[in-house]
Design a protein around this ligand. Structure first.
Ligand code: GDD
Length: 310
């Protein structure tokens, strides 16, 4: 089975390469020029805002399975640069869908969206089922809704084999430190090494998010590729949201350093959804997937990763 990962140079992409190659796939992964990909795969350079380049790769590789992971994935960045976010997440996604349609192979396409798509939810709506109405609360989320709706249109209109995924927060070693677990762990590691004053800078600690280890998430992507029902949308997450305060307390409890905590206004967002938590019964019923790695383990592994970085 030949698998093509579009956006293999990102955080989840690297883990997905490993997951697929360990499970017998021949893996091809695309990344932007200047990005590095490690792992058992053939590397191709691609910018998804250039549709013809996607078409050329599909023609060359002839994949059976395509994962579309390429995205501007930061909510924080989307507030600062909405145009770039839309260009990559909307135009880029349409380019991928169009190129796959024209390719016309018997491939399955897995489109990765986000738990952020639910946005401003009704009171007591958590855990969120896939049928819950979407009210995105930021530009990033709006672009992911647009991607998903477009993918649904392609699946119906052109009878393409597409499975859509709403991935909730995932974390682990190697994640960019703009995301909260990696951010907190990096700060602690740098404080321990004496590289910064012993003061943790934090944003909104009352928000509740559903954190899953990236290694569990990519296993879920593989299972959805194998067993997910065509044309369906699946939540993937732990199904148990915790507060950012809990993430902070857990990370701090793993260090012997004497660290004080300070609110940093720059880390507060223009608006932050209070709680996002999925119902995961659909993915569990169709694929058997549930998260296996604890949040505490993810934080420990991420902290140890930053401790080892020079
Ligand atoms: N990054 C960061 N840094 N976030 C903080 C901090 C801080 O110092 N303090 C509090 N937070 C809060 C944010 O306000 C947000 O409510 C929560 O921590 C999680 O923030 P992120 O880790 O940056 O992730 P996100 O929830 O905005 O988006 C992630 O999850 C989505 C799925 O729910 C990304 O991985 C998206 O790509 C993904 O789709």
């Amino acid at each position: 089975m030949k698998a093509l990962i579009i956006g293999g140079g990102g955080f989840a992409g690297g883990y997905l390469i490993q997951e697929l190659s360990h499970n017998g796939c021949e893996v091809f992964a695309t990344c932007l020029e200047g990005e590095k990909i490690e792992g058992d795969c053939s590397v191709l350079t691609l910018d998804i805002t250039r549709k013809d380049d996607i078409s050329a790769i599909l023609k060359d590789v002839q994949p059976d399975l395509i994962f579309h992971l390429a995205a501007q994935s930061s909510v924080a960045v989307s507030w600062k640069n909405p145009q770039l976010t839309a260009e990559i997440n909307v135009i880029g996604a349409i380019n991928v869908l169009e190129a796959v349609r024209e390719y016309g192979g018997k491939n399955r396409l897995i489109v990765i969206g986000s738990g952020e798509e639910y946005g401003y939810i009704r009171e007591n709506a958590c855990p969120l089922r896939e049928s819950e109405p979407l009210h995105p609360g930021n530009i990033y989320a709006a672009t992911k809704v647009c991607q998903e709706m477009t993918a649904e249109i392609y699946a119906r209109a052109y009878k393409m084999d597409i499975v859509m995924v709403r991935a909730f927060n995932h974390s682990g070693p190697k994640q960019d430190s703009t995301f909260v677990i990696s951010d907190f762990c990096r700060q602690i590691a740098e404080i321990e090494k004496g590289e910064r004053p012993p003061v943790m800078k934090v944003g909104n600690l009352s928000a509740k998010r559903d954190f899953t280890d990236v290694r569990d998430i990519v296993r879920g992507y593989r299972l959805l590729a194998e067993k997910g029902v065509s044309g369906q949308i699946y939540n993937i997450g732990r199904g148990n949201a915790v507060s950012i305060q809990y993430i902070l307390d857990t990370a701090l409890s793993l260090s012997n350093a004497d660290i004080s905590v300070e609110k940093d206004p720059k880390r507060l967002r223009a608006s932050d959804i209070p709680i996002i938590e999925p119902d995961i019964s659909k993915i569990t019923a169709d694929t058997g997937w549930t998260a296996e790695i604890s949040v505490e383990q993810t934080i420990t592994d991420t902290l140890n990763y930053w401790r080892k970085r020079s």
